[in-house]
Design a protein around this ligand. Structure first.
Ligand code: NAD
Length: 364
C-alpha cells in the first residue's frame, strides 16, 4: 500500500459560530475533496442546530455551561468547543464581531491555526486575506482574517485593474444593505443613512490591509434592503483602456461575474432571483456581480457598478484561506478547486450550477 502523501491527507476543519457565514462555509468545506468537516459549534439549540444535525454535521457546544440545553432540546452533542478545536487542523471562526478576538486564546492554547472574519480588527491577526492577492503571505500564519464582504469585493476588482492599467486613485461609494434577510432587528426600514456621515468609511483603510499602497477613499450609505450591497466605483488609471478591454479583462476573472445586458438583470433583486433560478444553494452569489453596461471610461477615469452578496462572497475566500494556512496547493490551484467544487463560473452561472449539481461528491 502506498504511504499517504501530505497532499492526500484530508485537512480537518472545525467551524466555530454557525450563523450566516459559518453555515455557508461549513457547506462549502463539505464539498472540497481535500477537507473533512469535523463539526460545528453552536451557542444554543435552534433551527440552525437542527439543520446541522440533519446534514450530518457533528454538533459541539460553543458555551460549555449551556451544553445541557442541547440535551433538553433532544439534540446530541459531539463535545464542547475545546474538543472541536483540539480535533481540528484549522478552525474557521464565524462568530459575531469581537467574539472572534476573544476566542483566539482558545485556539492558541491548542496550537490550532484559525481564520477570523471581517468583523475583527486587522491588529488581531497575522495577515488579512484575499485569495487572489496575498495567498502566499498566509502560509504558516497562526491567525488569519478573511476581510469583510465589501473589502473582498473591492479587492477582487482592484487586483486585475491595478495589474493591467495601474490605479492612481480609487473612489467608491458603498450602498449597503441594512441587514441580512434573517436579521429581524436591523434597519433602517424607511430611511437612507449616510453611514458614516464623515469620510472615510472603514472600508478604504480595510482595503489598504490588502493593498497597502493603493490610494482609496470610500463613503458608506445604508439603505432599507436585505439583498446585496451596491458599489459605485471610480478608478483613476495610469493608462486609459477601452471599455471593451476592461470588460474583457474583468470577464476573465474567475470571481467576477460580468452581467451581460441580454439577461435584463436591472438590480440586486433580479440578481438574487437569477441565482435562485440557477439552483444556487440559498440563492448565493459567491462572485462580485458587475453590470457590463455600467463600465465607462472618461479620460483616465473608469466607472462601474458592482453588487456584492454579503452572505456569500467571503465563502470561497474562507475555503482558500484554509489551504493557505496549511500550505497546501498554490493560490491558482486552490482558487480553481474551490470555484469548481462550489460551482462558480465567470460567464454562465446557470449552466455551471446545473452541471455541478450532477457532479457533487456521493456523500452530498
Ligand atoms: P451571525 O450573527 O449570523 O452568526 C454568528 C453566529 O455565532 C451565531 O449563530 C451566534 O449565535 C454565534 N455565536 C455567538 N457567540 C458565539 C460564541 N462565543 N461561540 C460560538 N458561536 C457564537 O453573524 P455573521 O453575519 O455570520 O457574521 C460573522 C462574522 O462574519 C462577523 O465577523 C461579520 O462581520 C463577518 N461577516 C459577515 C457578513 C454578513 O453580511 N453577514 C459578511 C462578511 C463577513
Amino acid at each position: 500500500m502506498c504511504a499517504a502523501t501530505a497532499d492526500s491527507i484530508m485537512i480537518r476543519v472545525g467551524v466555530n459560530g454557525y450563523g450566516t457565514i459559518g453555515k455557508r462555509v461549513a457547506d462549502g468545506i463539505r464539498l472540497q475533496p481535500d477537507m473533512q468537516l469535523i463539526g460545528v459549534a453552536k451557542t444554543r439549540p435552534n433551527f440552525e442546530a437542527e439543520t446541522a444535525i440533519q446534514k450530518g454535521y457533528s454538533l459541539y457546544s460553543a458555551i460549555p455551561e449551556r451544553s445541557h440545553q442541547f440535551a433538553e432540546a433532544g439534540l446530541d452533542l459531539h463535545g464542547e468547543v475545546g474538543d472541536l478545536v483540539a480535533e481540528s487542523d484549522v478552525i474557521v471562526d464565524a462568530t459575531p464581531s469581537g467574539v472572534g478576538a476573544e476566542n483566539c486564546s482558545l485556539y492558541k492554547q491548542h496550537e490550532t491555526p484559525a481564520i477570523l472574519q471581517g468583523g475583527e480588527s486587522p491588529e488581531t491577526v497575522d495577515e488579512s486575506f484575499v485569495a487572489q492577492v496575498n495567498y502566499n503571505d498566509a502560509v504558516g500564519a497562526e491567525l488569519l482574517r478573511v476581510v469583510s464582504c465589501n473589502t473582498t469585493g473591492l479587492s477582487r476588482l482592484l487586483e486585475p485593474i491595478d495589474r493591467e492599467y495601474g490605479v492612481e486613485k480609487a473612489r467608491a461609494t458603498l450602498i449597503r444593505r441594512g441587514g441580512d434577510p434573517g436579521e429581524t432587528t436591523r434597519g433602517p426600514i424607511n430611511d437612507i443613512l449616510p453611514d458614516p456621515v464623515t469620510l472615510p468609511s472603514h472600508h478604504g483603510p480595510d482595503v489598504q490591509t490588502i493593498f497597502p499602497d493603493v490610494d482609496i477613499d470610500t463613503l458608506g450609505v445604508t439603505v432599507p434592503s436585505t439583498l446585496m450591497h451596491l458599489h459605485s466605483v471610480n478608478l483613476t488609471l495610469d493608462t486609459a483602456p477601452s471599455v471593451q478591454a476592461v470588460a474583457d479583462l474583468l470577464s476573465r476573472q474567475s470571481r467576477l461575474f460580468v452581467v451581460p445586458a441580454e439577461l435584463s438583470i436591472d438590480g440586486t433583486a433580479k440578481l438574487k432571483e437569477f441565482a435562485k433560478d440557477a439552483g444556487r444553494p440559498r440563492g448565493d452569489l459567491w462572485e462580485n456581480c458587475l453590470w457590463e453596461e455600467s463600465i465607462a471610461i472618461e479620460g483616465n477615469d473608469l466607472y462601474l457598478f458592482q453588487s456584492i452578496h454579503q452572505e456569500a462572497n467571503v465563502v470561497p475566500e474562507n475555503i482558500d484561506a484554509i489551504r493557505a494556512l496549511v500550505g497546501r496547493k498554490t493560490a491558482a490551484e486552490s482558487i480553481a478547486l474551490t470555484n469548481d467544487r462550489l460551482g462558480m463560473s465567470t460567464t454562465q452561472p446557470y449552466a455551471k450550477s446545473q452541471q455541478h449539481s450532477t457532479s457533487q461528491p456521493a456523500d452530498d
